[in-house]
Write a protein that binds this ligand. Structure first.
Ligand SMILES: Cc1cc2nc3c(=O)[nH]c(=O)nc-3n(C[C@H](O)[C@H](O)[C@H](O)COP(=O)(O)OP(=O)(O)OC[C@H]3O[C@@H](n4cnc5c(N)ncnc54)[C@H](O)[C@@H]3O)c2cc1C
Length: 468
């Protein structure tokens, strides 16, 4: 049978087996799923599936496997590397797999289409905390976050998605259902398959439900913004805050002055709390379950840093509103870059001690490549994860600037490799970085990943264009 005949037969069978609310051929329903939010990728699909249960996902995948029809899985469509946009495959949207199956003080078992913010709110109502936090949390789904092993601003204390998941339920490429949702805590019966699906970007199966860890809700939380002259001092602040506050440090984000400039210029209700500019800023948050005289301790800590000339100024939020205002300065950086024209992005990590060298070297080299471009290195300092975004020169055509995307990526990633860092710290590989993955990945790891893919999806039906 030809592929077209296979596809026609598969679609016919899917429409017969699944209820009418679990599929659509209507372009009005399909179109929003085909467009990526920054307009980098435009997709196409012959059929949108919107299953309401794991059984329906399994039925659908069995049919696709029988007819050898590839599928692409989508959650909230906030991914930044293009893996969720189908290019002719059947599209499985998990958005209606959105039930909470169980919740207690220690965990919450949520279906993969649940939105992160709803999970945070559910935990909060029960006086608990689900700590994953990122700017896309109002749209990103648990399945997408698991599949990309998402990070965000609290990794320094709580880890990324891999650290927050204790069990998964996944429909494999043949339609069978793997589950570790109720596995005992101690279980040494061979390979641990749960982490395999976290960060697999949908290439090994469709995650349908996840058991997430919940944490005690902090009773005290202090947020502050510090201004500093150089990156070496930023590392000193990171070290001393870990030493003085240990586990209480829950966020430490780097903000360059150019980014603060963009944010205060382009985003409403954003103002710098400082009267004088500085080269860099650090946003910090400390959380505690106990009253640790937080304000006094912080004031002493800051006084010491100022005396040692490690920092030049600091503000501590005195209300929830002030806390939100400080966080907004950091969370608005990507949005504030848009009115400044094209931005070439890198999501990299390097060992902490190399961050100053990396940022200085990469900034100098991109400016040599494109004179006038404006590096905006910001993000998760505590994890060595820098979003090395580079805004275009003010007087350059956007399209012309963006035509340098690959050359700049190559240059920056070469520097990352010199420091034994990662070319994708938290956003994944998708279709955006798969060529580079093939070139730069440790060959032993790459071959092992391909073997795993071949074992679990021998005919490459699950997200066939992603990763490899
Ligand atoms: C403004 C903004 C800020 C962001 N900040 C951060 C950040 O700080 N840290 C960070 O890590 N990421 C960040 N991201 C990236 C993004 O939010 C994450 O990649 C998110 O994890 C994707 O979730 P999603 O539900 O939107 O998945 P989608 O975009 O729909 O899909 C992402 C990938 O996961 C696969 N997938 C989706 N659902 C499933 C499933 N149920 N089973 C199997 N595979 C599936 C898709 O095929 C695709 O490959 C940001 C994005 C935006 C737009």
């Amino acid at each position: 049978m030809s592929n077209v005949t296979n596809l026609t037969a598969a679609i016919k069978e899917l429409k017969q087996v699944l209820p009418e609310n679990a599929w659509s051929e209507n372009s009005f329903d399909i179109q929003p799923h085909l467009q990526e939010w920054r307009d980098r990728w435009q997709g196409s699909t012959p059929l949108l599936l919107t299953p309401r249960s794991t059984t329906q996902v399994s039925q659908a995948i069995r049919i696709c496997a029988k007819h050898q029809i590839p599928i692409t899985t989508q959650g909230g469509n906030t991914g930044l590397v293009g893996g969720q946009i189908p290019q002719g495959e059947i599209l499985v949207s998990c958005k209606y797999l959105n039930q909470i199956r169980e919740q207690n003080k220690h965990s919450i078992t949520a279906e993969s289409g649940c939105i992160l913010q709803n999970i945070q709110e559910l935990a909060d109502k029960d006086d608990r905390r689900f700590p994953l936090s990122l700017a896309s949390q109002g749209s990103a789904t648990i399945g997408g976050l698991c599949s990309t092993n998402a990070g965000g601003i609290h990794v320094v204390r709580y880890g990324s998605m891999r650290d927050l998941v204790v069990g998964v339920e996944t429909v494999l490429a043949d339609g069978s259902i793997f589950t570790s949702l109720n596995s005992p805590k101690k279980d040494n019966t061979g390979y641990n398959l749960t982490p395999l699906f976290l960060g697999a970007e949908g290439t090994l199966g469709i995650i349908t439900a996840v058991k997430l860890k919940l944490f005690p809700k902090p009773k005290y939380c202090e947020t502050l913004l510090i201004s500093i002259d150089n990156l070496e001092d930023a590392l000193k602040v990171l070290e001393s805050s870990k030493e003085d506050f240990s586990e209480e440090l829950s966020l430490i984000e780097l903000i360059p002055n150019t980014a603060l400039d963009f944010v205060t210029k382009h985003i409403s209700d954003c103002a710098s709390p400082f009267s004088a500019d500085s080269n860099w800023y650090l946003l910090l948050q400390f959380e505690s379950l106990n009253d640790f005289n937080s304000n006094e301790r912080l004031e002493d800590y800051i006084k010491n840093l100022i005396e040692q000339k490690t920092i030049s100024d600091a503000v501590i939020a005195q209300s929830l509103q002030q806390t939100q205002d400080l966080i907004k300065l950091r969370e608005s950086i990507s949005e504030a870059q848009k009115p400044e024209g094209g931005s070439i992005k890198h999501d990299i990590s390097v060992p902490l001690q190399h961050i100053p060298e990396f940022i200085n070297k990469a900034s100098a080299e991109v400016k040599e490549l494109i004179p006038g471009c404006r590096p905006i290195p910001f993000g998760h300092l505590g994890d060595g994860n820098i979003h090395f975004n580079v805004s275009q020169p003010v007087d350059m055509e956007k399209e012309k600037y963006l035509s340098h995307w690959e050359a700049m990526n190559c240059l920056v990633h070469d520097i990352v490799m010199q420091y034994e860092g990662s070319i994708s710290a938290e956003h994944g590989i998708g279709i955006l970085k798969k060529t580079e993955l093939a070139q730069r990945c440790d060959p032993v790891k790459y071959a092992a990943m391909k073997s795993i893919k071949k074992a679990l999806d021998p005919t490459n039906l699950m997200n066939p264009r992603v990763l490899f």
